[in-house]
Design a protein around this ligand. Sequence first.
Ligand code: 13P
Length: 253
Amino acid sequence: MAKKIVAGNWKMNTLKEDAEKLASEVVNMAKDEVPSDVTLIMCTPFLHLAKVKSLTGSATNVFVGAQNCYEKANGAYTGEIAAPMLHSYGIDYVILGHSERREYFKESNAVLAAKVDIVLENDMLPIFCCGEVLDEREAGKQNEVVKNQLEESLFHLSADDFTKVVIAYEPVWAIGTGKTATSEQAQEMHAYIRGLVKEKYGEAVAAETSVLYGGSCKPSNAPELFACPDVDGGLIGGASLKSRDFIDIAKSY
Ligand code: 13P
């Protein structure tokens, strides 16, 4: 069975005090309200990671993730953050290939393959984002686009390494737009993704792979999305900045 995961992508939001308040609230509410079989992940800006990690305390189902890392282990790359640094702070997950990184920072499938490798080499788990833009969906090319993203950035991995990857399907036209994919659209793509994983790595690996949905997911639509057989959880943007909403989404299974 795939792990149930609700991950919050805080993006470039929260000042120091906001981050500490939000993380403390999430940890406290999670203790009382979120079933222990649901994994919660807070993916914060780099600066807040160490503090948020310390705030997770003894919670066993609350983890901390970064939103990116560089593809090299160290060296003269001014302004970048390396995977070994994140690991040394006890960071558990790293989001890779978010559409905002692909668009604004021109991250290619090849660069992302190198980032996936270095995250795994440093004993962290990638949350790998894939998804099509509106033009591609309107041209009926969404499957082709997602297949290409997975093949070029993930399918070089061994089966053993692949089981450590979380996939997040985020149709770009649904991110921050208030326009959610219908549960039929989400289920269709998630089943397609699981089918590709099955073809490449076999049935057992496919069944164990968590495939999250992202794009305007909120407490009101999470129950319907999470009820889809191939949707294992969500990667939440805007709604992860409100502890109440984030926790309510995690209670939607
Ligand atoms: P929104 O939930 O704000 O649409 O963002 C989704 C997202 O990009 C998560 O990574």
